[in-house]
Design a protein around this ligand. Structure first.
Ligand SMILES: Cc1cc2nc3c(=O)[nH]c(=O)nc-3n(C[C@H](O)[C@H](O)[C@H](O)COP(=O)(O)OP(=O)(O)OC[C@H]3O[C@@H](n4cnc5c(N)ncnc54)[C@H](O)[C@@H]3O)c2cc1C
Length: 384
């Protein structure tokens, strides 16, 4: 594998780095404090071309590879996990619609997402259905040309601002994953209500909310894909889901390490820079090595995806390692700030609150271990 980025990749990375440093970093604290989605910044990302980077050209995308997409997500996440979420969610949704949707659905829904004019949420999790995604209880009743949805979704990123929702529901709970279907539901559909924004510890500016469906009637033509619903949901989680989450975790850990390094070169105790205490140097050295390892796991999975190779195990490796690494290293970076790390004077306090989500969403890290183990068994059985 060639680890050298192309001139085009370097140019895109540098542009993302500069936007993150200048434009995103300037607003990150106020987004966190106000818990409001920054539409202007989201549209700015669209204007630069960072929404729909991997989307097919016929849908208005750039069809770039997953690797450069991961790099852009990492760079933006260095300044704000919340803002980078706009990219990961949008590309995840575009992936679903472009792979599963009809021509009409692609033409209708994808271009406004790429232009940053609309937001679409992905609604899978429910109050009683999290890790066990095949057990969704939201029902979809097909009646002639309509589908009627009933149930509740929980923790839906972007729901407070979304124009549409991709809703995962079941036509028959007895069928477990075989009964799962996806539907595109407009926000204004009668019977759909978005609950109050959840008061979260991090990722606060993304309008994460519950969504309720009470005899919510939509046209049957809003079904996304056929009966392969569950398989497609899982494949989407592998790609934009887990690789996006891993890239965000790498970016956040990198930002935390850079800020701790800078602080350690300014702060003196016992008559010397704290950097000169070997303990601090070793913490920074471990961070640097672990961040690089997480980045390479992520790039490896991205490269496999682009090469058309199986990448389920590799995406879970990346998400698992990057998520755990992020929590550990952002905590260590805060430690280097001592008491100042515990105040809101430095962004490291926000980084610490943002880090934890990377062990939870897109399949918790316990679930990633289950996926990896399942893949190991499959590989072993295939080899026998
Ligand atoms: C900020 C935020 C944004 C989110 N955005 C979205 C979104 O946009 N769309 C969406 O659909 N969902 C979203 N989620 C939901 C998220 O994906 C779920 O919270 C996650 O999948 C875990 O589900 P749960 O919270 O119900 O936990 P549970 O599944 O109840 O798990 C609780 C604990 O048990 C462990 N556990 C469960 N099963 C097993 C097992 N078999 N083996 C070992 N351990 C197990 C878990 O790892 C966890 O530690 C979001 C969540 C948050 C916090």
């Amino acid at each position: 594998m060639d680890f050298e980025l192309s001139a085009e990749q370097v140019a895109i990375r540098d542009q993302a780095r500069s936007v993150a440093r200048i434009e995103v970093a300037a607003r990150a604290a106020s987004i966190d404090a106000s818990a409001e989605f920054d539409w202007d910044l989201h549209r700015r990302l669209a204007e630069i071309g960072f929404l729909g980077l991997t989307a097919p050209e016929e849908c208005g995308g750039q069809r770039l590879d997953t690797l450069i997409w991961c790099i852009v997500v990492e760079e933006i996440a260095k300044a704000s996990s919340t803002v980078s979420n706009g990219i990961t969610l949008t590309d995840g949704i575009i992936h679903y619609i472009s792979t599963l949707g009809t021509r009409e659905q692609r033409d209708k829904y994808i271009p406004p997402l790429i232009r940053g004019e609309a937001l679409c949420s992905f609604a899978l999790t429910e109050p009683n259905t999290g890790s066990d995604a095949a057990s969704v209880r939201t029902t979809a009743r097909h009646e002639g040309d309509s589908v009627i949805l009933n149930g509740q979704k929980m923790f839906i990123s972007g729901a407070a601002y979304a124009d549409h929702f991709i809703v995962v529901a079941t036509v028959d709970r007895e069928l477990r994953h075989n009964g799962i279907r996806s539907y595109i539901v407009p926000r204004e559909a009668l019977g759909l209500t978005v609950g109050d924004k959840l008061d979260l510890m991090g990722i606060r500016g993304f309008g994460t909310s519950p969504v309720f469906f009470d005899e919510c009637r939509i046209p049957a033509s809003n079904q996304l894909g056929g009966n392969e619903g569950f398989r497609m949901v899982m494949q989407g989680l592998d790609g934009p889901g887990r690789l996006g989450a891993a890239s965000q975790a790498v970016g956040l850990a990198q930002a935390a390490m850079e800020s701790a390094l800078a602080y350690s070169l300014e702060r003196s105790q016992f008559g010397q820079l704290i950097f000169d205490h070997q303990t601090i140097q070793f913490m920074l050295a471990d961070m640097s090595a672990e961040i690089e390892a997480a980045r390479l796991l992520t790039w490896n999975a991205a490269w496999r995806r682009d090469a058309g190779l199986p990448f389920t195990k590799e995406a879970s490796h990346a998400k698992l390692f990057a998520g755990d690494m992020c929590v550990r290293n952002v905590s260590n970076a805060l430690q280097i700030f001592g008491g100042y790390g515990y105040s809101k004077e430095y962004p490291i306090e926000r980084f610490y609150r943002e880090a934890k989500i990377h062990q939870i969403w897109d399949g918790t890290n316990q679930i990633q271990r289950k996926i990896i183990a399942r893949q190991l068994r499959k590989e072993k059985c295939r080899a026998i």
